[in-house]
Design a binder for this molecule. Structure first.
Ligand SMILES: NC(=O)C1=CN([C@@H]2O[C@H](COP(=O)(O)OP(=O)(O)OC[C@H]3O[C@@H](n4cnc5c(N)ncnc54)[C@H](OP(=O)(O)O)[C@@H]3O)[C@@H](O)[C@H]2O)C=CC1
Ligand SMILES: O=C(O)C1=N[C@H](C(=O)O)C[C@H](O)C1
Length: 257
């Protein structure tokens, strides 16, 4: 039977592309969307009054909205026993705990980036971080996005940083250096640096560099089209239908070891 999909954030940059992706997927049916403001919207699917009403008639909701919605959305999806494909970034540690709690009741695929290329680039970055000594290789993560983006560093940059920190056997928070400015002092040995650029309509670019006194390795990922994220999220939605409650990642969906 076709997977019944709903979209939260249906009027957004990713949400509007999700409509096309779901409609183009034969194994899925688009049940509707949720938007806070229904006036003057030209969307080819019903808009529901609340997320809970939408979730009640779906197998899975794909959610690309805003970090402030997490608590409310977790409650609505658990209450209606609906799977959750969560792309929203900028999530606070307290809200992340709510996501973990909800995953005991429903299947959740959470990814800061639904691109398979980013998943693989993150793995390679972690392998490099493990192989190259922290005493001589400085790691810097630079991300560039469009001028409308509201969170920094990007979710992808933070996920890459976490994977790198884990590979080095450290906690990211203890070694993170973000947005340097002023008299910062010299770089801390083993620090993981983050820089965020916001300009024009850049869709999403991430660069991880490993620099020693003698050489530099740079790993770059550039998204050319936002449908990349929408396609990955729909793939995750179809995958989630046959999975038990739990917190899953795009690595699980892609069945990487
Ligand atoms: N994981 C991934 O692969 C990707 C993740 N993202 C993340 O997805 C999120 C959305 O990105 P994008 O589509 O560019 O953003 P947009 O601002 O274009 O769209 C978000 C939509 O969510 C709704 N929304 C905004 N704020 C709230 C709120 N407080 N409560 C409920 N709904 C809200 C709005 O719809 P309305 O006003 O109609 O309610 C809006 O259209 C961001 O967190 C972004 O970082 C983006 C790209 C890829
Ligand atoms: O807001 C965006 O646009 C994007 N957000 C995600 C992030 O924060 O990493 C993914 C992608 O880079 C686009």
């Amino acid at each position: 039977m076709a997977t019944k999909i709903g979209i939260a954030g249906i009027t957004g940059r990713v949400g509007t592309l999700l409509v096309h992706e779901v409609l183009a997927t034969t194994e899925a049916v688009l049940v509707g969307g949720y938007s806070r403001n229904k006036e003057g919207k030209n969307i080819p699917t019903p808009l529901f009054q609340t997320l809970a009403e939408l979730a009640a008639v779906c197998d899975v909701v794909i959610d690309f909205t805003h970090a402030s919605t997490i608590n409310q959305h977790a409650k609505a999806l658990v209450q209606t026993q609906c799977a959750w494909i969560l792309g929203t970034t900028g999530i606070s540690p307290a809200d992340q705990k709510e996501i973990v709690k909800a995953s005991h009741k429903i299947a959740i695929v959470q990814a800061s980036n639904f691109s398979a290329g980013v998943v693989l680039a993150t793995r390679i970055a972690a392998q490099l971080a493990k192989a190259l000594p922290a005493s001589s290789y400085d790691i810097e993560i630079v991300e560039s996005h469009h001028r409308q983006k509201v969170d920094a560093p990007s979710g992808t940059a933070l996920s890459m940083g976490k994977a790198i920190a884990e590979a080095r056997g450290i906690e990211l928070d203890s070694m993170r250096e973000s947005g340097r400015d002023g008299i910062t002092g010299p770089r801390k040995t083993g620090a993981i640096g983050f820089s965020s650029l916001r300009a024009g309509q850049i869709i999403g670019e991430h660069e991880v560099s490993f620099t020693s006194a003698d050489e530099q390795i740079i790993l770059t990922h550039k998204a050319f089209n936002r449908s990349l994220f929408a396609k990955g999220a729909v793939q995750a939605a179809l995958w989630s239908k046959s999975h038990r409650p739990g917190l899953y990642s795009m690595e699980n969906v892609l069945e990487l070891e």
